[in-house]
Design a protein around this ligand. Structure first.
Ligand SMILES: *[C@@H]1O[C@H](CO)[C@@H](O)[C@H](O)[C@H]1NC(C)=O
Ligand SMILES: *[C@@H]1O[C@H](CO)[C@@H](O)[C@H](O)[C@H]1NC(C)=O
Length: 285
């Protein structure tokens, strides 16, 4: 994929949305994380209610093999430090796109491809196979809990912890699953968003679902300076009702921001992240 800073090492940035002017700062990582091969993708935070410990789960595709693994860190807010606790690899976590942490060592993950090898991924995309899935992972129990997606992508949990939302990127849907006490998922519905949604963010106050989306995925994969990828932010309200409300909140042709992949809200502010471009900080009306 395109990179505007091919020589810059991977970073995980912390930004305080209480500031009027944002100052993203890179977090320091444990020494056992190999900086040149570290290649973070999706991430998720889990806060342990019992003692307030903040865990950060990161999907990693280490260079040069890109084989998926999940890194779990403990976040030290004072030192702005990520202490590496463990690396998780599993045959069912073959091509992980995103995760949502549901415990200090457990998570749901989407696989975006069934095959691991790059040539087979092309074949898979070309044939349009519905072979990607959602996997539940805990140290004692790893299972496929949802299947039949063309290309699993962003995943999130509802505020009441009863539902999992997972994107099927190329089906243009956000899929809703009921989560059971034994961690299995039952499909509830698929909401059409008419675009390639990427990552999901659930507003902790309203429960609305926000996503950064790609109106034209092709422009992300085959980047051209003169015809850059577009950006789109979609909000889904009342997803559990008979009539979910899907609103296009922002759209840009690439002149301001390219390849939006996530949209998070906090106190009437919206921050839009991208696959390889900038982040855009907006005031909501
Ligand atoms: C999990 O719980 C659901 C709902 O109670 C039940 O239908 C299902 O059979 C259970 N599955 C397993 C593998 O225990
Ligand atoms: C995008 O829109 C701006 C103005 O809104 C225009 O000047 C520019 O030519 C457009 N770019 C592309 C690539 O269409």
């Amino acid at each position: 994929m395109k990179s505007f800073a091919p020589d810059r090492p991977a970073e995980i940035l912390l930004v305080d949305l209480n500031d009027d002017v944002l100052h993203p700062e890179p977090l320091q990582l444990s020494k056992d994380i190999d900086a040149p091969s570290f290649n973070p993708h999706g991430l998720s935070v889990y806060i342990d209610e019992r003692d307030g410990t903040v865990y950060l789960f990161v999907v990693n595709h280490p260079i040069p093999d890109y084989n998926s693994c999940i890194e779990i860190f403990k976040f030290d807010e004072k030192q702005k430090f990520l202490l590496h606790l463990k690396t998780i690899k599993h045959p069912l976590l073959q091509s992980v796109n995103d995760i949502v942490a549901v415990g200090p060592e457990s998570f749901y993950a989407t696989n975006d491809y069934y095959f691991e090898s790059v040539p087979m991924k092309f074949v898979e995309g070309f044939l349009g196979l519905k072979w990607t899935n959602v996997v539940y992972y805990s140290p004692r129990d790893v299972r496929e809990v949802a299947l039949g997606l063309y290309s699993g992508n962003g995943i999130a949990i509802s505020n009441d912890k009863k539902f999992i939302y997972a994107v099927d990127l190329t089906a243009h849907t956000i899929n809703v699953y009921e989560k059971h006490a034994n961690w299995t998922l039952t499909p509830v519905k698929a909401v059409h968003v008419d675009t390639c949604a990427d990552n999901l963010f659930v507003d902790p106050v309203t429960g609305d679902i926000w996503t950064g989306a790609h109106p034209n995925l092709h422009k992300i994969l085959f980047y051209k300076d003169e015809d850059p990828p577009l950006s789109e932010v979609i909000r889904i309200q009342k997803i559990h009702s008979d009539r979910p409300v899907v609103t296009r909140v922002y759209v840009n042709n690439g002149s301001v921001i390219q390849g939006s992949s996530v949209a998070a809200v906090y106190k009437k502010k919206l921050i839009i992240g991208t696959v390889f471009h900038k982040a855009l900080y907006c005031q909501l009306d």
